[in-house]
Design a protein around this ligand. Structure first.
Ligand code: C2O
Ligand code: CU
Ligand code: CU
Length: 524
């Protein structure tokens, strides 16, 4: 179905009762009460190229009522918040037509696509207010759930936070041959998870202070497709959930309230070899997984996120499990099912002497900065796992009131291989059509960095020296290093990127990306 606007009609039903809202903020255990005052899950409209092969996108300013009776200023793509779910097929060439109607510059990056640097929409491809950018994308990679968002330096975090992001779904014949659930919004359901925090006037909170460049943005409210704690009325059958962590920084540890198992069938860049049974799945900023969950018995269940240890501390609200949304499989029975085998993945190169590119993610917090942060409550945060209101208050203070940085300090707060990102500077060069090894590691801090590389889908070989867990063995473009760990990947770039329009490798914590933790590279 061709659709232009992100369908938000349903979300107008969003009247989160005070008690429910308070419960959500306090992070009490999930409940299954299908209160009539909860919003229905908004389903982004699918959008295909028009008969001329063009997809028209327009970044625009708007408002949304996330909270009862309060208008939040937002940005959206073809709608008030987020964007349509683009649908393209392997083998297609689509003409993108990206118009910027905002009062500030943007770029539009196709996250996960294997396309040349010229079409990639990185920081070098600014779209000025009123201008239109028209790259033509030739799709040649397996079916996958990718996404798109701005990449303007240094305001990506703010632009994405305000709502500029959407799904970019690639289809292919191999996937169509499988009996997977595939009715959009019925048993094939997009789940874009983001955390937000609201100022008293309803606007989104965002500040580039010490807390932001250190831990990234930490919200206190979870949105799914732009709705708070929504309910999805789905088919009574197998459900395919396309999970995207579209948050600026927060990681999730997803599970179902009744602990029912689910099956990971795809990662960032496409199908796994076979379904991987799990009960709990980590989802870091920028990552996607597709999972199948058996809802044939028709009983309702919640998607929840367990406490997450991130940046050597438990994120607020500490040891609480947060409800994300509820599934109510009360619709018609559907046919979609789980195949035993999904895709054939090429074997990894067995060569021991691949050219290696190291990416070491570091932070430049000086003693004074660190001292401020320590004084502001880091040791207390690190104590984590506590519901002590004192600690909660200290954490809130760091996030809300931590000292602001000058832009100069912001831009040099973080680095890769000791160098903070600079426009018009290439940090390294890689050969095209060559198997390469990349090693992501951390500097001195016990931080978390979801590492994303443009222009490719890589394969994770080891995590902290061990073979990658099964669910990470497929195509990936984002993989997290944490707690001083190391991730080793194998990759082969099929397209060139020039010094004028280089690819980026960066931390997908957008506040880290906007504060130096990004490197530009060419492929030739
Ligand atoms: Cu999703 Cu370089 O970004
Ligand atoms: Cu990307
Ligand atoms: Cu980071």
């Amino acid at each position: 179905m061709a659709g232009q606007d992100f369908d938000f009609c349903v979300s107008r039903r969003l009247f989160l009762a005070g008690s429910a809202s308070a419960a959500l903020m306090a992070g009490i255990s999930p409940r299954l009460a299908l209160a009539s005052d909860r919003p229905a899950l908004p389903i982004p409209a699918e959008m295909r190229a028009d008969p001329a092969g063009t997809i028209k996108l327009s970044a625009q300013a708007s408002t949304m009522n996330f909270l009862p009776g309060v208008a939040t200023p937002t940005y959206g793509i073809n709608g008030p918040y987020l964007g349509p779910a683009l649908r393209v097929r392997r083998g297609d060439t689509v003409n993108m037509d990206v118009r910027n109607t905002l009062a500030e510059p943007v770029t539009m990056h196709w996250h996960g696509l294997e396309i040349p640097g010229d079409d990639d929409g990185g920081p070098a491809e600014a779209i000025a207010p009123g201008a239109t950018w028209k790259p033509s994308l030739t799709i040649d990679q397996p079916a996958a759930t990718c996404w798109f968002h701005p990449h303007y330096y240094p305001s990506t975090a703010e632009l994405v936070l305000k709502g500029l992001a959407g799904l970019f779904i690639i289809e292919d014949d191999d996937t169509d041959r499988l009996p997977l659930p595939s009715t959009w919004g019925v048993d094939d359901i997009p789940i874009i998870i983001q955390d937000r925090r609201f100022n008293p006037d309803g606007s989104f909170f965002h500040r580039f202070n010490l807390a932001a460049v250190t831990v990234g943005y930490v919200g206190d409210t979870v949105l799914v497709n732009g709705a708070i704690n929504p309910v999805a009325s789905t088919a009574k059958g197998w459900l395919r959930l396309r999970l995207l962590n579209g948050s600026n920084a927060r990681s999730y540890q997803l599970a179902f309230s009744d602990d029912r198992p689910f099956y990971v069938i795809a990662s960032d860049g496409g199908l796994l070899a076979q379904p991987v049974r799990m009960n709990s799945l980590p989802l870091h900023a920028g990552e996607r997984y597709e999972i199948l969950v058996d809802a044939r018995d028709g009983s309702a269940f919640d998607l929840v996120t367990s406490p997450v240890m991130q940046m050597a501390m438990n994120l607020p609200p500490f040891d609480q499990t947060l409800p994300v949304m509820t599934f109510s499989p009360d619709g018609a029975e559907t046919e979609g099912t789980m195949p035993d085998a999904l895709a054939t993945l090429p074997p990894l190169s067995s060569s021991q002497d691949l050219q290696t590119q190291d990416l070491k993610f570091g932070m430049n917090l000086d003693a004074e900065g660190m001292g401020l942060f320590m004084k502001a409550g880091l040791p207390k945060m690190r104590a984590g796992g506590s519901t002590d209101p004192e600690i909660a208050k200290a954490v809130e203070q760091v996030i809300l009131e931590g000292p602001d940085l000058t832009q100069e300090a912001q831009l040099s707060a973080n680095n890769i291989n000791g160098v903070s990102f600079a426009l018009n500077k290439v940090n390294f060069d890689l050969p095209i059509d060559t198997d390469l090894r990349m090693v992501f590691s951390e500097g001195t801090d016990k931080m978390l960095h979801p590492v994303h590389v443009h222009g490719c889908q890589y394969r994770v070989v080891t995590v902290n020296g061990d073979p990658a867990p099964e669910y990470m063995q497929g195509w990936k473009d984002t993989a997290a290093i944490s707690q001083g760990g190391t991730v080793e990947v194998q990759v082969r770039f099929k397209h060139p990127a020039t010094a004028e329009k280089p690819y980026m490798a960066h931390c997908h914590i957008l506040e880290h990306e906007d504060s130096g933790m990004m490197a530009a590279f060419t492929v030739s």
